[in-house]
Design a protein around this ligand. Structure first.
Ligand code: BMA
Length: 325
């Protein structure tokens, strides 16, 4: 069992946390979390997951995604209508958006629950109202994140397939990378980080926010899950035995399949009140957005307790030092 986990001293939670909650959303919203965040056309842009239902009755009815914009990355204005939703006879919902600006266009990666498995999707938009869906992976795959530039001429993504048959029917899942000439056809798959290599995970890991480029490599977050069968009810659900923490690593600039630095302790572990209590699934930290500012400040956006959206900051040099650079 993995016992106590604490956050790195280099990271600071925003005093404004949570920076977005259901109360900020002008339509039916219940759990507002796991957002993708980027800078696009001169402002901060956030696409958040909204699971709507009734907190009082402990009931969820559906999922859509909402759009919010900000001038400072801390206080957000939510658009009047949801901005993205997939639902038909086959597709149950799309969720957990991540945003990457690449060649001036905004790409949205997301997970799709279908009747025949979970798929990872990539769409492109210029206005957050029209989307061109470029690819949907074979099941089961999710937590897709796109790098913000081509590397060696190829588009590159991190992803998290979930092989159960070959992993003894347990959640032992790892982070992979694949590349593409056109964002539609993906191949060259290789393992990047295995769950066994993360001391604060005993179950699965997955990519967090899209990587940011630094002098020492691609800096990127991931989520790490530990399960303790002794844990019981901790949130809405009858049994919630998992804890999600955030980790950080550094990938080689020219060959991002290669890890050049890995912090072997959590960057962020659930500790703040809005992370450990009062939520749908307490003790869940799920990073989905990361912005490197000109002055070296790194903003990390994360869903907390599957209920609200939060922000933490650190200096890029401190994050690189955690990764041994
Ligand atoms: C994962 C995903 C995330 C969620 C997390 C914790 O498997 O479903 O969307 O935040 O579980 O519940």
């Amino acid at each position: 069992m993995i016992s106590e986990l604490t956050s790195s001293p280099v990271i600071r939670r925003s005093p404004a946390n949570p920076v977005l909650t259901a109360a900020d959303v002008p339509y039916h919203a219940t759990l507002v979390f796991n957002a993708g965040v980027t800078k696009y056309q001169g402002q901060y842009v956030m696409v958040f997951r909204n699971d709507y239902g009734s907190a009082e009755e402990g009931r969820l009815d559906g999922t859509n995604m909402g759009l919010a914009t900000s001038v400072d990355g801390v206080s957000w204005q939510v658009s009047p209508q949801p901005c993205f939703e997939l639902h038909d006879d086959e597709i149950l919902r799309a969720y957990d958006p991540r945003l990457t600006v690449l060649d001036g266009r905004c790409y949205l990666c997301f997970a799709v629950d279908t009747r025949h498995g979970v798929r990872g999707g990539i769409a492109v938009t210029d206005d957050f109202s029209h989307y061109d869906i470029l690819s949907l992976s074979v099941p089961d795959n999710r937590n897709m994140v796109l790098f913000p530039e081509r590397i060696g001429g190829q588009y590159v993504r991190l992803e998290r397939p979930f092989p159960v048959y070959s992993r003894n029917w347990q959640e032992r899942f790892d982070i992979w990378l694949s590349d593409s000439p056109d964002l539609r056809y993906w191949g060259g798959a290789s393992l990047v980080l295995a769950v066994e290599d993360v001391p604060f995970a005993n179950a699965k890991i997955g990519p967090g926010a899209p990587p940011v480029k630094t002098r020492a490599g691609w800096l990127t977050t991931f989520h790490a899950v530990d399960i303790d069968p002794a844990r019981g009810k901790n949130g809405w659900e009858e049994r919630w035995q998992k804890r999600y923490s955030a980790g950080i690593m550094l990938l080689d600039l020219d060959d991002p399949r290669r890890i050049v630095g890995l912090y072997r302790e959590p960057l962020l572990a659930p500790e703040a009140p809005y992370e450990v209590a009062g939520g749908f699934r307490n003790n869940a930290i799920f990073p989905g957005g990361m912005i490197l500012e000109d002055d070296g400040e790194v903003k990390i956006y994360y869903g907390a307790a599957d209920t609200v959206e939060c922000l933490a900051t650190a200096h890029v040099d401190d994050l690189l030092a955690l990764c041994g650079k």
